[in-house]
Write a protein that binds this ligand. Structure first.
Ligand code: PLP
Length: 477
């Protein structure tokens, strides 16, 4: 019996669909009867029902999605809410397409996810990059400073795009950034893919709209217990054109949205609304306890905490293990954990990120601690410095626009022939996940030598066509 059902119209519609007799002569073609054809195929598709002709009539006569989106808009305090089945990737593309016209500038955090970059290419917008400040003791980006934003605002962007929280859970001083942008009537848009749980507990950061931002994009399947690729786009109408957002959302969304992700967004909203504070409280308590248990076995600090960062700007539910403090190899620890049946969200040489959510119970944390402690003890040696220096020492040199680089003819060239060429790839070492080069920018000697050194130090090099860095994808001159 679902306790959320009465306050979640899409969730109720999903459950009702499977409780009523039906003989569909509509899509989806599996008709929830594919198990007649093969039990494996049936296991995958027979629980699927779409929005059209599933959660609502084919002609959307009940307006169930609209009702659920209105409830979400009210809950997050937004003028506008849409549910996406295409992840924050789709929601980012939709909002960026709604901002301006090709050639317009937007101020963009250099920590932006690749979906923001692809959105800029689609929209033909020109990024004015903002580099994050990086905490030298941990190597973690702490966010965009006000001076960096002011420098970008001087170039007259039509919007500011921030990625908050960062992948490792840190945040910029957001109220200050939002006020500075609003002073010149520039909207601020947050890719908060990892911050869906913010705003509903006093020990977590407020969410972007509570802080006065103009749009908030979040994945409901990341920090929240939603279906894979479910996401929310929330926006305010003061500085943004909501009709345009609606139009670009529809332009880029599937015309056959699956019901389960939509119903899950509605269910998660209802869960947060009815039990959010209690569940987040349990999560924070469990995470803190887990960190304490593991930390007690080691002398050097191995986890990140809010008080490691200015004004405590860090997601307290985040478990970021700094294995370089133990001189231990992150990727091998990941392998050991996998052998013990435990998957981690991200591991590179220096850092392991464990995603903990409302769905984790004390027994799950105990299991993780029991597996992790002996592995760390076995793998520890001499403490290493974290190897992130390259990401904050590079000053980008624009060759051509990102959009021109995207559509250009490209070739792979050996690393020793790449210097001075225009990169067709975004290349970002993790951590800190800051792009060292973006499409259209010049591959300098400093970048090539630095990337090779990072790679040799075991840093994960994300998004390069050739992750070995033996060759680079460049624009043909
Ligand atoms: C900051 C950020 N934005 C957007 C995305 C894309 O989210 P999704 O996987 O929901 O499409 C990610 C994915 O990891 C991300 O880290």
């Amino acid at each position: 019996m679902s306790e959320l059902r009465d306050s979640a119209p899409l969730l109720d519609a999903y459950l009702s669909y499977f409780q009523s007799p039906r003989t569909p002569f509509t899509i989806p073609g599996h008709k929830q009867k594919a198990s007649r054809l093969d039990s494996g195929l049936g296991a995958v598709v027979d629980g699927d029902t779409p929005l059209y002709g599933g959660l609502d009539e084919i002609k959307l006569t009940n307006q169930t999605l609209k009702k659920a989106e209105k409830l979400a808009a009210e809950f997050w305090g937004a003028d506008f809410a849409r549910f996406s089945t295409g992840g924050s990737t789709h929601a980012n593309q939709a909002i960026v397409l709604a901002l301006g016209a090709p050639g317009d500038k937007v101020a963009v955090s250099r920590t932006a996810h690749r979906s923001i970059l692809s959105a800029l290419v689609l929209a033909g917008l020109e990024p004015v990059w903002m580099s994050p400040e990086i905490d030298t003791s941990t190597g973690v980006p702490t966010g965009i400073g006000i001076k960096e934003l002011e420098k970008a605002l001087a170039e007259k962007p039509i919007a500011v795009l921030l990625t908050e929280p960062g992948y490792l859970g840190t945040l910029s001083d957001l109220s200050v950034l939002i006020s500075a942008a609003h002073k010149v009537s520039v909207p601020v848009i947050f890719d908060a893919a990892w911050g869906g749980h913010f705003g509903f507990h006093s020990d977590l950061p407020q969410h972007a709209l509570q802080l006065g931002a103009d749009a908030l994009i979040t994945s409901v399947h990341k920090a929240l217990p939603g279906y894979s690729a479910s996401a929310l786009l929330l926006a305010q109408g003061k500085f943004l054109n909501l009709d345009r957002i609606e139009q670009s959302f529809e332009t880029t969304h599937t015309t056959s949205p699956a019901g389960a992700p939509l119903a899950s967004i509605d269910g998660v909203r209802a869960l947060l609304q009815t039990r959010g504070e209690e569940l987040i409280n349990n999560l924070l308590h469990n995470v803190e306890n887990f960190k304490k248990v593991v930390q007690s076995e080691f002398a050097l600090p191995i986890f990140l905490y809010p008080n490691d960062f200015p004004d405590g700007r860090f997601d307290a539910s985040k478990i970021v293990l700094r294995v370089q403090q133990l001189g231990a190899p992150g990727v091998e620890i990941e392998r050991d954990l996998q052998a013990a049946g435990i998957r981690v969200e991200m591991a590179d040489n220096d850092t392991i990120v464990f995603l903990a959510t409302l769905a984790d119970m004390p027994a799950d944390f105990e299991k993780l601690a029991d597996a992790l402690i002996p592995i760390l003890k076995r793998r520890q040696s001499q403490r290493r410095e974290s190897s992130t220096a390259l990401s904050w020492s590079v000053v980008p040199q624009r060759g051509i626009s990102m959009r021109d680089a995207y559509f250009a003819k490209t070739e792979m060239v050996p690393a020793d022939k790449a210097s001075g060429r225009i990169s067709a790839d975004l290349i970002a070492p993790y951590p800190p996940g800051v792009a060292v080069v973006a499409p259209g920018e010049i591959l300098t000697e400093q970048i090539l030598v630095g990337l090779a050194a990072s790679k040799a130090a075991g840093v994960r090099i994300a998004y390069a066509t050739d992750a070995s860095l033996a060759t680079y994808r460049v624009v043909i001159n």
